[in-house]
Design a protein around this ligand. Structure first.
Ligand code: G6P
Length: 623
């Protein structure tokens, strides 16, 4: 999704903005741009003008335009990476958008009523040079500037006309010391330096310049100058917002020796699990404080769990449904947010409404949460978010928060965030089970011991990278793949298929193995690789029969198994032991690892852009 960076400083802000854009690349984008206020100083009076450069493609395209333009510098500027929603990726549609050389704007979100605003602005005589919804913002601010005494009040007036979501950065040569930021429905943080202040879509963009941040709240408008930041809430009242120190540092988001962030993040999983468990478990128990002390009374009363999420996070939810119902006998439903929010779901009393999200900003998930909060009191519904980003919108809107400590995830295809979401969900199942006396202390201890072994299990799965790399060669000329699993391995198969399609662009589908004969068996021939996940569990014999069904039709299978599965290699059936014996909770987490590596190595062979796959975004802030 679009990324915003901006700043006002005594020094030239261009390198800071450019580095900020690079750090936001992971969000996904197709074009970028920067606008600055540049002074044309005369001995008597400095006058300012907007300078803008934009480019389609990667940041390096923008960078090379900047390099060719030796006068492109300034102390105040805004920059943007655009992920096309309205209008194709093109230089004209790239931000910043400018009106009459008096206003420059960057925007993340969607102005839903832009058609109506555009008609009115055309009637006023404004001309449009892009197909974007954002251009109406530039015109609206310009219009208000005619009667405003400050850029702040012009923006405050303009936003009263907008419906939808926005994070905005606005500058004007009429007010050359001021940068205005506004947020509603899209994320925006302020970076606090000494005599310099910045804005960005997330903290990672600004870590090279500061570790101190103000997290703007819904409806906030902020005025940034070199002297400080003044913030106003949606009612126009001046408010104080706390400055918080980020625990991240600029090296947390560096690539190190890895070729891609995705590879780095796959290999960070053992540590991510350790960090997520830290302070949440003792030797034998899950600590009562794992979900916050106020969680205890809520969890005791929960009668069912409703999980809402998107993409990979949805798959984490699906795995936990098996755990909730199988291990503690608590009903659990899981649904994708974009469906849930637009139907009329029946909300049962005493539901725990769990949102799962690596970014904490996914628009559909957030909307579903906001919707459920409207009936929360009447139905005694409590909300919990499992999220990897502190201070994100989901964490701020939920009653309870469990922060996964995966560290920043840059690769668009989620890996370590997924693994830590599963760890969080296993703790949730255990805590609720314990509080409601649905599991014994002994069972709790078995789960905790299993989780303690998890980093080692993941490590041993990672050690099979070379084997998986060899297998990946079979996919070089393939256009389709089928993933099979049963029980918790079915959502893991879904996740494996999603990873493969996201980054290698191979069409991949996942099926519960028992459902094969109801359709997908018709697809089987020697050209469609079938990947099966075969842990040693109650369903293994059933799975083996399903594999024979594939074999009988000439299918080519790759089976990932553990030390006790003994599926046995034969013609058309290539078996790889990727892990030692695993338990009910550790199995899906561990078996996911070779599937991540498989997707990664197939993508390398296919030569795709692994960390920023085409058309996809890391943080999906539009519905
Ligand atoms: C995007 C990302 C996925 C992610 C999904 C849900 O599609 O590319 O990796 O799973 O959004 O995002 P969330 O932040 O809510 O987990």
């Amino acid at each position: 999704m679009c990324g915003i960076v901006g700043g006002v400083a005594e020094r030239n802000v261009v390198p800071i903005l450019l580095e900020g854009l690079r750090r936001l690349e992971y969000r996904g984008y197709d074009s970028s741009g920067i606008a600055l206020l540049n002074s044309t100083e005369s001995p008597k009076k400095a006058s300012f003008q907007i300078q803008r450069l934009r480019a389609v493609g990667k940041i390096k395209e923008l960078d090379s335009k900047i390099q060719q333009n030796s006068f492109f510098d300034g102390n105040i500027g805004i920059a943007h990476t655009r992920w096309a929603t309205h209008g194709v990726p093109s230089e004209n549609n790239a931000h910043p958008h400018i009106c009459n050389n008096e206003v420059a704007v960057v925007h993340n979100g969607i102005i839903e009523n832009y058609h109506i605003l555009k008609e009115a602005q055309l009637a006023e005589g404004y001309r449009f040079t892009s197909e974007t919804d954002t251009e109406v913002v530039a015109h609206a601010v310009h219009y208000e500037l005619k009667t405003s005494t400050s850029l702040l009040s012009a923006v405050q007036q303009a936003i009263t006309h907008f419906e939808g979501a926005y994070a905005l950065g606005v500058i004007s040569p009429k007010f050359p010391d001021t940068l205005i930021a506004a947020r509603k429905g899209s994320p925006l943080v302020i970076g606090v330096g000494i005599g310099e202040f910045f804005i960005a879509s997330d903290v990672s963009a600004l870590l090279p310049v500061t570790q101190n941040f103000i997290f703007l709240e819904e409806g906030d408008v902020a005025e940034l100058t070199r002297q400080g930041v003044t913030i106003f809430n949606g009612d126009g009242e001046q408010v104080e917002r706390e400055v918080k120190q980020s625990s991240l540092n600029m090296h947390s988001v560096e690539l190190g020796d890895h070729r891609h962030y995705m590879h780095k993040e796959i290999f960070e999983q053992p540590q991510a699990v350790i960090d997520t468990l830290e302070g949440r478990i003792s030797q034998e128990h899950v600590l009562p404080s794992a979900f916050g002390y106020q969680a205890e009374s809520i969890f005791k009363e929960v009668k069912q769990v409703q999980i809402i999420a998107c993409g990979t996070s949805y798959h984490a939810g699906l795995v936990s449904k098996y755990w909730f119902e199988d291990i503690i006998g608590l009903p659990c439903s899981v649904e994708v947010a974009s469906e849930y929010r637009y139907r009329n779901p029946v909300v049962q009393d005493n539901t725990l409404f769990v949102t799962i999200s690596q970014s904490g900003e996914t628009a559909d998930t957030l909307a579903a949460l906001q919707q459920i909060k409207q009936v929360a009191n009447e139905k005694n519904v409590s909300t919990l978010t499992i999220c990897n980003v502190p201070e994100s919108s989901l964490t701020r809107e939920s009653d309870l928060t469990f922060l996964t400590h995966a560290g920043p995830e840059i690769g668009v295809a989620s890996t370590k965030a997924f693994t830590t979401q599963l760890v969080a969900l296993s703790l949730l199942v255990t805590v609720i089970g314990k509080l409601q006396k649905r599991i014994s202390e002994r069972r709790e201890t078995i789960i905790v011991k299993g989780l303690q072994k998890l980093p080692g299990l993941i490590q041993s799965a990672l050690a099979h990278e070379e084997v998986v790399k060899e297998i990946a060669k079979n996919f070089s000329d393939k256009d389709n793949a089928l993933f099979l699993g049963r029980g918790t391995m079915y959502p893991i198969a879904m996740e494996g298929a999603l990873k493969l399609k996201e980054i290698s662009y191979i069409h991949a589908e996942a099926y519960p193995a028992g459902e094969l004969k109801h359709g997908p068996l018709a697809l089987i021939d020697e050209n469609i690789p079938v990947i099966a996940i075969a842990p040693h569990n109650d369903l293994l014999e059933k799975l083996k029969s399903n594999l024979q069904e594939v074999k009988a039709r000439g299918g080519q299978m790759i089976v990932f198994e553990d030390e006790q599965s003994n599926v046995g290699s034969e013609d058309g059936l290539h078996v790889v032991k990727t892990t030692t014996n695993v338990g009910r909770i550790t199995a899906p987490i561990t078996f996911n690892v070779p599937l991540q590596l498989l997707a990664y190595h197939v993508a390398l062979i296919k030569g795709t852009d692994v960390d920023q796959p085409r058309n996809l975004a890391k943080s999906v802030t539009v519905e």
